[in-house]
Write a protein that binds this ligand. Structure first.
Ligand SMILES: [Zn+2]
Ligand SMILES: [Zn+2]
Length: 131
């Protein structure tokens, strides 16, 4: 289960997440206002919007994935590559333990100058990671 900040959008997750990572790309930094975004990959059919589908909006960055958010609160929910059968759910919008932990860091070539990348031992990729 997960929800946006205002609770207008609620969704269910019916399968285990396939992988998880921190993304330090500029798109993630600008839309979240933070140094990176933590997200987990999920098969599309395992994601179901229970409430608030009419509140969902997306932004399609050039050369990036569509970013879906709630029109009521602006809260980010997930991203989905065009035509893909999977999506990336923001870990921060999930209720309870997602059952997975981020296992690498990607796009560290654009890591924020104002925060050191945590020394957590996770593999680091200058560009996109392996999932
Ligand atoms: Zn909302
Ligand atoms: Zn990113």
């Amino acid at each position: 289960m997960g929800r946006c900040a205002c609770g207008g959008v609620r969704f269910a997750v019916s399968a285990p997440f396939e992988s998880a990572r921190y993304c330090h790309c500029h798109n993630c930094q600008r839309r979240t206002g933070t140094s990176s975004s933590a997200n987990a990959r999920l098969r599309g059919e395992a994601f179901e919007v229970l409430e608030g589908a009419e509140l969902l909006r997306s932004w399609q960055p050039e050369g990036g994935q569509a970013k879906w958010y709630c029109a009521g609160c602006g809260g980010h929910l997930f991203s989905r590559p065009q035509g893909a059968e999977h999506l990336f759910v923001r870990l921060g919008v999930l209720e309870g333990d997602p059952g997975i932990r981020p296992s690498y860091r990607q796009w560290i070539s654009s890591a924020a100058s104002w925060e050191d990348i945590p020394n957590d031992g996770l593999p680091r990729f200058p560009g996109p990671g392996d999932a």
